[in-house]
Design a protein around this ligand. Structure first.
Ligand code: MLT
Length: 256
């Protein structure tokens, strides 16, 4: 996981319907302790969607390709929300490359039938009308007391996403398998983060996931909403710094 300069690789996986820019406070704030990589997932940022449905597996494979491109064999993998679904798919498909996990504001379960229906309806509407309606009324990404600039950032970032990519990502989330049974297989140090004011994926759903992971550290950032890394960057980064230490210790033990 470490390079000749002894810094580990840290790969960030963004949420929906956003792009790598959501990780700016981590790219800026953690570069002294890790080689930080934050790819745009297929269908988001500048990366086109190649299929009508972008599965979480396809996104996980794109993350593995980003590690290849950076010359990283292994990394600590950090995913938030949809990024967490992708991080779990990454664990299922590429676990030999995972030195540690961070699962933030996410859950392990699949959508129910009504949830899948909502994802399809959203995909259809985005294909028909574009992303403007979503940018104008995004899901609850922040707490009620988040600064206006964050709402502005979200509006602009969502408006910049290609409709085909957003539609394909929505269908991909709807098609994701239930990862609950996978949790017991996770044997790398895992940090699970949520925000007390996350109404999109409530803290209880995230706690339930943490409870099923053997070596997990569950943390609630008080006052933060769904995008806890943006709303409470100092607290989020501090948790990651400590976690990198734990992951480093584990890889030393494993290599002996
Ligand atoms: C996200 O924030 O990535 C998504 O809203 C998660 C979801 O819709 O399940």
């Amino acid at each position: 996981m470490t390079t000749t300069d002894n810094l580990p690789y840290l790969l960030f996986i963004h949420g929906f319907p956003l792009d790598r820019s959501m990780w700016q406070p981590q790219l800026d704030g953690l570069a002294d302790v890790a080689h930080v990589i934050a790819p745009d997932l297929p269908g988001f940022g500048g990366v086109p969607a190649t299929e009508p449905t972008t599965t979480m597996d396809a996104m996980a494979d794109a993350c593995a390709a980003a590690l290849d491109e950076a010359g990283a064999r292994t990394a600590v993998i950090c995913g938030l929300s949809m990024g967490g679904y992708v991080a779990l798919a990454f664990w299922r498909r590429h676990r030999e490359r995972v030195g540690g996990l961070v699962l933030a504001n996410t859950r392990a379960g699949a959508d129910d039938a009504a949830g899948r229906e909502r994802r399809s309806a959203l995909a259809e509407r985005v294909r028909r009308e574009g992303v403007e309606f979503l940018a104008a009324a995004p899901p609850p990404l922040f707490s009620a007391h988040a600064p206006f600039e964050l709402y502005e950032w979200a509006r602009k970032t969502i408006a910049a996403q290609p409709p085909e990519g957003v539609a394909a990502g929505s269908l991909g989330m709807g098609a994701r398998p239930n990862a609950t049974d996978l949790l017991a297989s996770i044997d790398v140090p895992t940090l699970v983060i949520t925000g007390s004011d996350d109404t999109l994926i409530p803290p209880d759903a995230t706690r339930e996931m943490a409870d099923s992971i053997l070596v997990s550290d569950f943390r609630v950032i008080e006052g933060a909403g769904h995008l806890s890394n943006l709303e409470a960057p100092a607290a989020f980064n501090e948790l990651l710094r400590r976690h990198l230490h734990r992951c480093g210790a584990v890889s030393i033990r494993r290599s002996q």
